[in-house]
Design a protein around this ligand. Structure first.
Ligand SMILES: *Cc1c(COP(=O)(O)O)cnc(C)c1O
Length: 344
C-alpha cells in the first residue's frame, strides 16, 4: 500500500472551518492543573487559565482557518495513522485529553469525543508497519495517549513493540503537566520496558512546572526515559522573551531538551492565541541571543494544507544573509552586526 492509495477520507477533516467550529471542544480541566492555577501568582494563573477556559472568541472562525490546518487528510493511510514523512508516522490513539487546550489544532478530532482506538484499527496500523520497513519512528499521539487506561496503553505499546523491536516510540503527551499522578512506578516500569522510547511532553509556561509536575518529569528522567519538549507560541500566555527563556532554561535544568516552539496553526476559532508572524520572528531572534544552543528549541510552523514542518528560524535570519552576485562565498551578519564570509 503506498501512502496515496491508502488515503482515507476523514469526514471531520473535510468540513469547512465554520462547520467545524459548531462542534464545541469539551471544557474540562484536570485537578492537577486547577491546583497549579490556584497556587500561581495572578499573572501566571492568567496564563494558565487562558489555555484551558474557553473565551467567547472561540466561536469565531476566520476565512483562512481550516478544520484540517495541517492537511493531514492528504497523508492518512488509515483513519488513525498519518504518514507524511518517509521514515516516521503519527498515530491517533484517542480523541480524549486530560484537559482541553483551547488552541488545539486537531480540534475537529478531539471535539468528537472519539474514545480509545479500536483493536481492529491497531491491527491495521501494525500491518502497515510490517509492510513499510522504512518506518523507523512512530509518534503515539492523539488527543492524549495517556488519557487511556494503563491497560489500554500497555496493550497498545506491547503490540507496537511486538511488531517491530527497533521502532522508536515517541509518546506525545501533556500528562506530566495535566496529570502528573499518572506517573506511578507501574507506568514507569511499562515505559522502561518499551525502549527505545522518548517522552515528548507539551509544556508552554514555566508556571506549568509545579512541584507535582517536576516530580513526574524527574521520575521519567530517573527511569532513563529521554525527554524532548514541545511548546506552542501563544498570545497572552507565553509570548514574552522572559517567559520563554525561563521555560526553556528550567526544562534544560531538569534534563528535558526543548525541541520545538511552534507558531500557531490555522485551526478554527484560535485567532485569539495567534502571535502575528512578524512579531513571532522578532521574539525568536531575541531568544536566540539570550539562550544557549542547548536551551533554544527549533522555531517551526506546519505549512498550512500539508507542506510539513518548516523551520521559521530561516525566515527570522533571512535579513542577516548578505547576498553576493559572484556567489563564490557565503556572507552573513555576525551577532555583532559585522559581515563574515565563508567560502562556498
Ligand atoms: C511533526 C510530525 C512528525 C514528526 O516530525 P519531526 O520533525 O521528526 O518531529 C511526524 N509525522 C507527522 C504527521 C507530524 O506532524
Amino acid at each position: 500500500m503506498s501512502m496515496k492509495d491508502g488515503a482515507v477520507a476523514n469526514t471531520w477533516r473535510t468540513e469547512s472551518a465554520a462547520e467545524s467550529i459548531k462542534l464545541r471542544l469539551p471544557e474540562a480541566v484536570s485537578p492537577a492543573f486547577i491546583r497549579l492555577i490556584e497556587e500561581a501568582e495572578e499573572a501566571d494563573a492568567k496564563a494558565l487559565r487562558r489555555q484551558v477556559f474557553a473565551a467567547e472568541t472561540e466561536k469565531i472562525s476566520l476565512p483562512y482557518e481550516s478544520a484540517d490546518p495541517l492537511g493531514e487528510s492528504r497523508y492518512c493511510v488509515t483513519p488513525f495513522l498519518v504518514h507524511q514523512y518517509t521514515n516516521r508516522v503519527l498515530m491517533l490513539t484517542s480523541g480524549r485529553c486530560l484537559s482541553y487546550c483551547r488552541y488545539c489544532f486537531r480540534r475537529g478530532f478531539t471535539a468528537r469525543r472519539q474514545g480509545w482506538i479500536p483493536d481492529t484499527e491497531i491491527e491495521k496500523i501494525t500491518d502497515y508497519l510490517k509492510q513499510n520497513p522504512d518506518i523507523k519512528e512512530i509518534l503515539v499521539s492523539g488527543g492524549d495517549p495517556m488519557s487511556g487506561t494503563l491497560g489500554q496503553l500497555e496493550a497498545l505499546l506491547k503490540r507496537l513493540r511486538q511488531t517491530s523491536p527497533e521502532l522508536l516510540i515517541r509518546l506525545c503527551t501533556r500528562a506530566p503537566i495535566f496529570a502528573p499522578e499518572l506517573f506511578t512506578e507501574e507506568l514507569l516500569q511499562l515505559l522502561k520496558s518499551m525502549k527505545p522510547l522518548w517522552i515528548i511532553p507539551h509544556i508552554n509556561h514555566p508556571a506549568e512546572l509545579g512541584f507535582e509536575q517536576k516530580k513526574a518529569i524527574d521520575s521519567c528522567i530517573n527511569a532513563g526515559l529521554p525527554m524532548q519538549s514541545q511548546s506552542v507560541l501563544l498570545r497572552g500566555v507565553n509570548n514574552s522573551v522572559e517567559t520563554l527563556c525561563a521555560l526553556f532554561h528550567t526544562l534544560v535544568c531538569m534534563g528535558v531538551k526543548p525541541g520545538y516552539l511552534f507558531q500557531m496553526d490555522l485551526a478554527p476559532g484560535t485567532a485569539e492565541f495567534r502571535v502575528p508572524l512578524s512579531q513571532a520572528l522578532g521574539l525568536w531572534r531575541e531568544l536566540r541571543k539570550k539562550l544557549s544552543g542547548l536551551s533554544l528549541p527549533q522555531f517551526a510552523v506546519d505549512l498550512p494544507g500539508g507542506g510539513g514542518k518548516f523551520p521559521l528560524s530561516i525566515l527570522a535570519l533571512y535579513d542577516t544573509i548578505v547576498k553576493k552576485d559572484d556567489a563564490d562565498s557565503f556572507s552573513a551578519l555576525g551577532l555583532d552586526g559585522k559581515v563574515y564570509t565563508y567560502p562556498v
